[in-house]
Design a binder for this molecule. Structure first.
Ligand SMILES: Cc1ncc(COP(=O)(O)O)c(C=O)c1O
Length: 337
């Protein structure tokens, strides 16, 4: 692929590890790709994408970065942190239930406030016009003599998604070396919220010749919506970055059965599952993305949709700060007498 230059922001390669006790319970060989360990405060899947987004922003001479997401968006928090690490200003357009600032500083929002991001709050209805609102905000900055650069929701455009093409290549290299040489992955699975991770991995698996199934567990909307979104990102990636004759992308399956009661809303069963995995394996999932996706994967194994004895790689895409705003619900669902 003709990939543009990128910054080095993430601690790579992220480790691969086994989940021995969950594997024994389920009858599959479960591996974890620890993309929650791309950094500490700057952690999770967004860091890989932002390596490309910020490189382009800096090539264009930007001095203000603008992006958008939900009030507890991991992407917005990661963008704010990278901006400060690069000495740039940052503005976040955040969706809240009533379009007002939340009453307390918590989770990702606390980190955004500490870092001094310029925060604007919008309603869910206004969020439908987020791209136009970001462009209008960028115009305000331009008129004031600054040089804005807009990163879309989740950095899930063709450029940002290249971060997950690189992840597929990184994984293929890990599987070719000790201690993983000879391990064959039958299925890769991960959470999906804006489609970039899925699109990048679909293209990257073709590039890296990773011959396996690919389950994309969506946490909102529905499968047809995300299929169209991911297909759109892939088409743009191919148009912008593919060389003649390159394999385009490997197939993937979008699954919307486990999004539960809505985006960033959790059932007691999902929250108990998060606690169960923490107790069993010492791994923290998050309530919005990874908790739902791994929960879905486990249900699919239990329902016989994933063959016993197969090797399944779950990509842990991060999100730990999302646990803190959910503390009361987690306590109610999980604390044992
Ligand atoms: C922790 C976490 N996991 C998964 C995702 C989904 O990734 P994508 O937006 O690339 O679909 C996100 C963001 O949306 C996230 O913050």
């Amino acid at each position: 692929m003709k990939k543009p230059g990128k910054l080095t922001l993430a601690n790579l390669p992220t480790p691969l590890q086994r989940l021995p006790r969950l594997s024994a319970q389920l009858g599959v060989n479960l591996l974890l790709k620890r993309d929650d360990l791309t950094g500490a405060a700057l952690s999770g899947n967004k860091v890989r994408k932002l390596e490309y987004s910020f490189a382009e922003a800096e090539r264009q001479g930007a001095n203000v970065i603008l992006t958008t997401g939900g009030v507890q968006s991991n992407h917005c928090r990661a963008t704010a942190i990278v901006a400060r690490q690069r000495g740039l200003e940052v503005g976040l357009l955040l969706r809240t239930a009533d379009g007002k600032a939340p009453g307390s500083l918590d989770g990702n929002y606390l980190l955004n406030a500490l870092i001094g991001a310029d925060l604007r709050h919008i309603t869910p209805a206004q969020y439908g016009d987020r791209n136009a609102l970001l462009e209008a905000w960028a115009r305000e900055h331009s008129e004031a003599g600054r040089r804005p650069y807009v990163i879309p929701e989740g950095a899930s455009n063709a450029l940002g998604s290249l971060g997950y093409v690189d992840m597929a290549l990184e994984l293929a290299a890990q599987l070719g070396e000790a201690p993983w040489a000879g391990e064959h992955i039958d299925l890769i699975a991960h959470a999906c919220g804006s489609g970039g991770t899925a699109a990048g991995l679909a293209v990257g698996r073709a590039q890296a010749q990773l011959d396996c199934a690919h389950h994309v567990y969506v946490v909102c909307d529905d499968a047809p919506t995300f299929q169209a979104r991911i297909d759109g990102i892939i088409a743009e990636m191919v148009e912008r970055f593919a060389e003649d004759g390159e394999p385009l992308h490997a197939p993937f399956e979008v699954i919307d059965e486990y999004k539960g009661i809505g985006y960033a809303l959790s059932t007691p069963e999902e929250l108990s599952f998060i606690a169960e995995i923490a107790r069993l394996e010492g791994i923290f999932l998050d309530p919005v993305y990874t908790g739902k996706a791994l929960f879905g994967l486990v249900k699919d194994v239990q329902a016989g949709r994933i063959e016993q004895g197969s090797t399944v790689l779950f990509v842990h895409t991060g999100g730990i700060f999302g646990l803190f705003p959910a503390r009361d619900l987690l306590a109610a669902a999980t604390i044992r007498p």
